[in-house]
Design a protein around this ligand. Structure first.
Ligand code: AMP
Ligand code: ZN
Length: 469
């Protein structure tokens, strides 16, 4: 089933139409967070991509199913960019904080959900945790061994044989014959692997005693890449229409994932690979050492609406590197207040011109369907704001209609979310997670708790909505 939405496919290097291979829903997988720290605003820009795509599809009557994993084991620290060696990121954090690794993982996972809720990102259909899907990974690895794509290395770990997958390199352009040992991929020169570009599927525990599982190949833990292959294939029933992630994941993570998934199922498992470009902050790459890692809580602490961050993201194409600044956040914050104020005033002014609203919506959607050209669609909205011809009621209806895609809560009553405390944001996030996990007892309990704090929560097919009581 075709959707009319065209996105740039990294592998084929062209715009490709998003299609529902099973004829009824577009199956989307987005690489989720590694929960050893809070997501920064760059991570959130990438996580928003799935939401914008799902909302655009829903706007045109097409269902989608989004799965986003939680990496709570197996993602190793990087010695240098892209190089998968070093210690498990969560275990490293556990040592430095002297806390249980899973306690840390669950804490940051909860923060991740509250950030998504604050950004009005519709929850995924499921958020499988790597640590709870080990059997899926082991089954896929067993299949790869049976088909001669995997082997036991000199150190007892299991490796994928890159040379066994002739299409290796098609996604990133990094062909095997041009890969130099030690450069930008999983490389440990200890003789364990047969070929320098092979990577670990299952790592032998060695001295490690935490976050390890029994397997047919001994005690150990999964590699990061196999997690996404196993979870995407399982939760999306063997086929991914659209695979999302930040551009840094193109290689080696997605190149390796493609090799594993295709080798495991015997066909092309993913139709389109779509990557979001990176976010800079005040002109620089966000990094701990530069001290410019910005979190959503930093934005809220400055008295800015989280939706201001969302609007900034919408004003930039997902495939362009974007420079976020405090000035752009402040400008977006005041644009939002102005739009909300105008919509409140406009609503009672004149008749609604239904045929203009549908033409306007169609024009905006046509822009958005061209590789998510939301900036162009927003320009039309700004033009309409100033237009002297159409009635206020018509303008208000256009703004709120398109907000089904933008998700900026433009119809929100005056000055509400600015007053949301971080505790309330967290509770809303927890409830959204409980509901996504079908833990209705907990989600009802949280709804009551929020109600006593003055917030009324309602559920809709597109997720949870709230308002001040
Ligand atoms: P991580 O939690 O580090 O595994 O990253 C989660 C997601 O955020 C991945 O899809 C990354 O590609 C993406 N990401 C990391 N840094 C940035 C950035 N500066 N801008 C946009 N996306 C990013
Ligand atoms: Zn992934």
């Amino acid at each position: 089933m075709n959707s009319g939405l065209f996105l740039f496919d990294t592998k084929d290097r062209e715009l490709k139409e998003v299609c529902a291979n099973n004829g009824f829903e577009v199956r989307i997988y987005c690489c989720g967070p590694t929960v050893y720290r809070d997501a920064h605003v760059g991570n959130l820009r990438t996580f928003l991509l799935g939401d914008l795509i799902s909302r655009t599809l829903a706007f045109t009557g097409i269902d989608s199913k989004l799965i986003q994993n939680i990496t709570d084991v197996g993602h190793m620290g990087e010695d240098f960019e892209g190089n998968e060696v070093g210690e498990d990121k969560i275990l490293a954090q556990s040592k430095s904080q002297a806390r249980e690794p899973f306690e840390i993982a669950r804490e940051y996972e909860a923060h991740f959900h509250s950030d998504l809720a604050a950004l009005n990102i519709i929850p995924a259909a499921a958020y499988p945790r790597a640590s709870e899907t080990i059997e899926l990974m082991q089954n896929l690895i067993a299949e790869l061994i049976a088909t001669d794509h995997a082997y036991v290395g000199g150190d007892g770990s299991l490796y994928f044989s890159a040379k066994s997958f002739p299409e290796y390199g098609e996604l990133s352009g990094n062909r095997l014959d041009s890969l130099v040992p030690g450069h930008r991929y999983d490389y440990v020169d200890d003789g364990a692997k047969r070929f320098h570009a092979d990577w670990a599927l299952w790592k032998a525990a060695g001295d490690r005693t935490e976050m390890v599982w029994q397997s047919p190949w001994g005690l150990g833990f999964p590699g990061w890449h196999i997690e996404c292959s196993a979870m995407s294939l399982h939760f999306l029933e063997g086929h991914v229409d659209l695979h999302l992630g930040g551009i840094d994941l193109r290689f080696p993570h997605h190149e390796n994932e493609r090799a594993q998934s295709n080798a495991g199922v015997g066909y092309e498992a993913v139709d389109s690979w779509v990557h979001g470009e990176h976010l800079l902050f005040e002109g620089r790459k966000m990094s701990k050492s530069a001290g410019n890692v910005i979190l959503l809580s930093d934005v809220v602490a400055k008295g800015l609406d989280p939706m201001a961050l969302r609007l900034c993201f919408l004003e930039n194409r997902y495939r362009s590197q974007m420079d976020l600044t405090w000035d752009s956040l402040k400008a977006a914050d005041s644009t939002l207040s102005r739009w909300r104020q105008r919509i409140r005033e406009w609503s009672s002014q004149g008749e609604i011109d239904e045929s203009f609203i549908s033409d306007f919506s169609l024009g905006s959607v046509t822009d958005i369907q061209k590789d998510l050209d939301i900036p162009r669609a927003l320009q039309q909205l700004r033009k309409l704001e100033k237009d002297p011809y159409f009635t206020g009621a018509t303008k208000a209806a256009c703004f709120t209609k398109l907000d089904e895609i933008y998700g900026l809560e433009l119809g929100r009553p005056k000055e509400t979310k600015k007053e949301l405390s971080s505790e309330l944001i967290e509770l809303l996030g927890e409830r959204s997670t409980a509901r996504a996990a079908k833990d209705f007892a907990r989600s009802d309990k949280l709804r009551n708790q929020l109600s006593t704090l003055g917030i009324s929560v309602k559920d809709s097919p597109t997720g949870q909505n709230w308002e001040w009581r």
